[in-house]
Design a protein around this ligand. Structure first.
Ligand SMILES: Cc1cc2nc3c(=O)[nH]c(=O)nc-3n(C[C@H](O)[C@H](O)[C@H](O)COP(=O)(O)O)c2cc1C
Ligand SMILES: [Fe+2]
Ligand SMILES: [Fe+2]
Length: 406
């Protein structure tokens, strides 16, 4: 796709990665984009670069508008590989350009490139850069989601280049939210937002609230939010900010995610009466078998649901490895505001359900105990206990959910 003008003189010059399905372990069924932006002013300025595989794509897009050697300033908002690795190639074309980056970003950049001959200017929150008719304002967003991260605000055009924040892994011919909703759906866009937030930003809810607060305190008006992945927000910028604040405040649907695995299907059989019990309390639920589902999808299902039930058979006194792996990944995401329980089948000493509870408690999630267990294959009585447990858990989910203002 060629360069796309997002406001007079400001162009998207990024790349659409239609084929990527595994983005550092995060499954991307819809691909992604690497967005970067060219500002045509007295000093031509490039904001961000793209993944190395797409260096020639962005150079071609830039060349549609101007000779890349005319670029005077390059803003590097984030030094993760997907945004910085083609910087070396671009610097070959415009070696005298000045790079604007945070101090932490500069330190990291040294690990990617020999920067000894590059002009680098480090910036902090509140620093501005005049590029002619326009002024750029830099806003550090450390740990959203790396220590080096920042955002760049183009004052005169009221565009916030928000880096990974507000992004989504979606490859699409649409560049803007309204176009995407027209050609696909609002639901698909929202799912991609939740998916990205759950897998990348879940640990940083409190920081998200304070950074959004700081941006609002700066009194800047935001007409367009231009992230480095997915579609650009121009129709509903207020909506996406609210969505982020809601998620940071613990928003979830009143539903249950049953996330489990099984060797011989006994734990799997237990999910049927659990679903029935949950449904009979009027609560929705989904069932995810871990080895049949990418971990990032399970994380997303966890995040959209107020309640989670973890199912695991006992294997050698321990949780089944895929379940342990899932809980390990979840712990790193520091989940909050969710209620959890556990269930599973065992053959003799058991231990997996207990271990699952230990893991959920270590995450400081609200837990509903005791869990429900079955010796080998569930008997009709076991199925009855699963049904009752499902109902009781769903009632707890409703009660717990009512504590959150939606
Ligand atoms: C390799 C292997 C190791 C097992 N280790 C244990 C164990 O240490 N303690 C236990 O209570 N059951 C153990 N079991 C029994 C299973 O937990 C039991 O068969 C259970 O019903 C399996 O549930 P599933 O059908 O959901 O996989 C083991 C089973 C297998 C196949
Ligand atoms: Fe990133
Ligand atoms: Fe990224």
């Amino acid at each position: 796709m060629n360069a796309v003008e997002i406001k007079p003189g400001i162009y998207w010059v990024g790349a659409i990665d239609w084929a990527i399905r595994d983005f550092h372990g995060y499954i991307t069924p819809d691909g992604t984009t690497y967005n970067n932006y060219l500002v045509m002013d007295e000093e031509i300025t490039l904001i961000d670069t793209v993944k190395l595989d797409f260096a020639e794509t962005t150079i071609k897009n830039i060349s549609n508008i101007t000779d890349p050697s005319a670029i005077k300033n390059i803003i590097i908002n984030h030094i993760e590989n997907d945004h910085v690795t083609s910087l070396g190639r671009i610097m070959e074309l415009t070696p005298d350009a000045t790079i604007y980056i945070t101090e932490k970003g500069r330190k990291g950049l040294e690990r990617f490139f020999d920067i000894s001959s590059w002009n680098i200017s480090t910036v902090k929150t509140g620093d501005t850069l005049n590029i002619g008719k326009r002024n750029l304002l830099f806003i550090e967003t450390a740990m959203l989601h790396w220590p080096d991260s920042m955002m760049t605000y183009i004052k005169e055009d009221r565009i916030l280049v928000s880096q990974d924040g507000f992004g989504q892994h979606l490859a699409s011919a649409s560049r803007f939210d309204d176009e995407f909703i027209e050609s696909e759906s609002e639901h698909k866009l929202d799912e991609a937002v939740i998916d990205y937030y759950a897998n990348i930003l879940m640990p940083f809810g409190n920081l998200i609230k304070s950074r959004i607060g700081e941006i609002q305190d700066l009194g800047i008006e935001i007409e367009i939010i231009a992230p480095d992945h997915g579609i650009i927000w121009r129709k509903n910028t207020a909506g996406i900010i609210k969505r982020y604040l809601d998620m940071a405040n613990g928003a979830a649907d009143m539903r249950v995610a049953i996330i489990y695995d099984t060797m011989w299907q006994s734990t799997g059989i237990m999910t049927t009466p659990l679903v029935q019990g949950i449904r009979d309390e009027g609560v929705d639920c989904s069932v995810i078998k871990l080895r049949a589902t990418p971990a990032s999808v399970a994380i997303k299902e966890f995040w959209r649901s107020r309640g989670v039930l973890i199912g695991t058979p006992t294997l050698n006194n321990k949780m089944f490895p895929s379940v342990a792996g899932f809980l390990h990944q979840l712990a790193g995401l520091r989940p909050k505001n969710r209620i959890a329980g556990a269930f599973g089948s065992y053959g003799w000493g058991g231990g997996a359900v207990k271990e699952a509870y230990e893991s959920l408690k270590a995450m400081k999630l609200e837990v509903f105990e005791p869990g429900v267990e079955s010796l080998y294959r569930p008997s009709p009585e076991d199925e009855g206990r699963c049904y009752d447990f499902g109902r009781a858990f769903a009632r707890e989910v409703k009660e717990y959910h009512s504590r959150f203002k939606q």
